[in-house]
Design a protein around this ligand. Sequence first.
Ligand SMILES: *[C@@H]1O[C@H](CO)[C@@H](O)[C@H](O)[C@H]1NC(C)=O
Ligand SMILES: *[C@@H]1O[C@H](CO)[C@@H](O)[C@H](O)[C@H]1NC(C)=O
Ligand SMILES: *[C@@H]1O[C@H](CO)[C@@H](O)[C@H](O)[C@H]1NC(C)=O
Ligand SMILES: *[C@@H]1O[C@H](CO)[C@@H](O)[C@H](O)[C@H]1NC(C)=O
Ligand SMILES: *[C@@H]1O[C@H](CO)[C@@H](O)[C@H](O)[C@H]1NC(C)=O
Ligand SMILES: *[C@@H]1O[C@H](CO)[C@@H](O)[C@H](O)[C@H]1NC(C)=O
Ligand SMILES: *[C@@H]1O[C@H](CO)[C@@H](O)[C@H](O)[C@H]1NC(C)=O
Ligand SMILES: *[C@@H]1O[C@H](CO)[C@@H](O)[C@H](O)[C@H]1NC(C)=O
Ligand SMILES: *[C@@H]1O[C@H](CO)[C@@H](O)[C@H](O)[C@H]1NC(C)=O
Length: 616
Amino acid sequence: MEVKLMFLAVFLVVASFLLVVTSEPSGDKKALLDFARNMSHSHRLNWDVKYSACRNWTGVTCNGDKSRIIALRLPGIGFSGQIRFNTLSRLSALQLLNLRSNSIMGPFPSDLAKLGNLTALYLRSNKFHGFLPLDFSVWKNLSILDLSNNAFNGSIPSSLSNLTHLTSLYLANNSLSGELPDINISGLRVLDLSNNNLTGVIPQSFHRFPSSSFIGNHFSPENLPIPLPPAPPPKAPPSKKSSKLGEPAILGIAIGSCVLAFVIIAVLLIVCYSTKGENGVLAKSKKKETTLKKTVSGRQDRNTSLVFFENCSLAFDLEDLLRASAEVLGKGTYGTTYKAALEDSTTVVVKRLKEGSVARREFEQQMEVVGSIKHDNVAALRAYYYSKDEKLVVYDYYNQGSVWAMLHVNRGQGRTSLDWEARLGIAVGAARGIAHIHTQSSGKLVHGNIKASNIFLNSKQHGCVGDLGLATIMSPSAPPMQGGYRAPEVTDSRKVSQASDVYSFGVLLFELLTGKSPIHTAGGDEVIHLVRWVHSVVREEWTAEVFDLELLKFPNIEEEMVEMLQIGMACASRVPEQRPQMLEVVKMVEDIRRINTGTQPASATISEGSTPTFIS
Ligand SMILES: *[C@@H]1O[C@H](CO)[C@@H](O)[C@H](O)[C@H]1NC(C)=O
Ligand SMILES: *[C@@H]1O[C@H](CO)[C@@H](O)[C@H](O)[C@H]1NC(C)=O
Ligand SMILES: *[C@@H]1O[C@H](CO)[C@@H](O)[C@H](O)[C@H]1NC(C)=O
Ligand SMILES: *[C@@H]1O[C@H](CO)[C@@H](O)[C@H](O)[C@H]1NC(C)=O
Ligand SMILES: *[C@@H]1O[C@H](CO)[C@@H](O)[C@H](O)[C@H]1NC(C)=O
Ligand SMILES: *[C@@H]1O[C@H](CO)[C@@H](O)[C@H](O)[C@H]1NC(C)=O
Ligand SMILES: *[C@@H]1O[C@H](CO)[C@@H](O)[C@H](O)[C@H]1NC(C)=O
Ligand SMILES: *[C@@H]1O[C@H](CO)[C@@H](O)[C@H](O)[C@H]1NC(C)=O
Ligand SMILES: *[C@@H]1O[C@H](CO)[C@@H](O)[C@H](O)[C@H]1NC(C)=O
């Protein structure tokens, strides 16, 4: 009896503990499982009932207290079959539903009418057929509706005009017929009704849209809007969140051509090239607009897609990348890097590798190694894409930008200078990240491209190493990593080693100390190599001369700076064998603060709160 009671008590404690710890949208979770049970899907869907839907399930986003699921992004998962009634519609808090680019069949899922909080609905590129729902006014908050590339027929319901928040309406490539209702929504910015079977006149309220919104229909010819001359697109700074570009917009821009920032064209290129890879047969084309069309029409045979790593809850596909607003972050040794802002929340870094002849197997193996690394000081690799012509890698995005930008952008223009605390945190974090990388693959993994533009700040404001694992898969003919960071023995990109990573890290330390780029010009045309310059200055015992002027305003840090300088000198030794191992370097960098806080009482610049605890 007592034993039983005790057992019960223990059970209750454990049960209540579990309840507290695993706060989960259990009803929504069940609804999703019911949905998935009736859908076959060709890609792995890690929806295991044992794990947290909010944290571990692909494509799922929860609200703040994890009581409800508010967004579901499942593009290109390979779903086929019909959406079972009363499954998704139970996710009543859902604000975003993206099922784009699957092969879902059947009529429009009428029970989605229960999702009154929806702001974005993407069902594009599936096999839905039949009539559109008659009453759209149930989705009062809907701002994006994308039903393109399906087989919807019948007429366009006039209830659409009740969607006062609607900004984008895509109904292209269906079999919609009849006359166009007068939908006068002032906020509507993007409209695509192309390639349907619409007839009659185009209502006055639509005359502000370009003719490309209407082509491929049977409208009265005299009524068609005059094709717009190629004009600069509306000012859309690509970095602004609101400048999310719909495909028609992109198409329009491409046709209007030339003008828009290089950025968007670059993104078009990414996608065009990728699709070429997907289709395998498309000839190389310099014409962006045709390639873009091919991109979209290639949607059906999507055999290759982005490969995501386990536990990654992101879900998007190449088409999403096309629609994302993108910004070139930099052009590096191994390719161009973009910041891509997807739909409403996710921002990722996409790196498009330069033409390389790496074999698929080798590429995938390397990506698996890199993708399995989980460390506070290593930027996570989220996904990759491989095709014959195109290789993309997707990393986490760090919104504070790179250490390079922090050190060198807007110098002398009243910028917030990077203080010593921050630089120490960057050094210690980067050191730990590199050291961790060096323990992978039985202690053989090499980063190969350590430089300030590949170091970011994690949530603790410590350095975090990005752009990992590309050096060794680039073809030997690729130019070795750029100038100043390259160890003298590295003559081609495959000669990088852990010792050359240590060298590059040493250069990074010099950069943090001096605020100068590894290769820069001083005054005239004279090119200065940071490593040589530091060595010569130190040799001539002018040590104080090397430090960044921005640091000199902080008192009592000279000891620490000198110590970091010595570590940098050891790392940047000419002879690889004389360089310390990265694990030793970590210890040395950590000791800068440990030793000095012991011998040197509270320096005025370091507030209690901001003293970094270097024990993670
Ligand atoms: C679930 O996510 C947590 C935290 O993101 C992670 O620690 C755990 O390993 C994941 N579990 C599985 C089975 O994916
Ligand atoms: C869904 O699956 C159940 C069995 O798992 C089956 O009885 C039902 O007919 C399926 N419904 C649809 C719409 O496929
Ligand atoms: C919409 O969300 C709010 C909370 O944000 C919730 O109270 C409401 O019930 C939701 N509406 C529907 C139709 O589920
Ligand atoms: C619509 O969105 C607003 C916030 O944007 C929210 O307060 C409101 O509850 C939403 N309405 C419905 C019906 O979900
Ligand atoms: C719409 O398509 C369905 C088959 O999917 C067909 O039965 C119906 O007649 C069509 N309606 C119109 C108006 O074309
Ligand atoms: C708009 O919604 C109201 C009620 O929500 C409805 O009475 C009206 O018919 C709708 N308008 C259209 C054009 O469907
Ligand atoms: C378009 O509508 C006409 C009749 O209005 C019909 O003859 C034709 O088959 C339709 N075409 C498509 C592609 O639905
Ligand atoms: C559209 O509605 C606005 C008011 O919301 C009105 O001022 C405008 O004249 C309407 N335009 C057309 C073409 O009906
Ligand atoms: C519609 O289909 C055509 C041909 O397949 C394609 O070129 C076009 O981009 C598609 N439109 C949209 C909006 O997807």
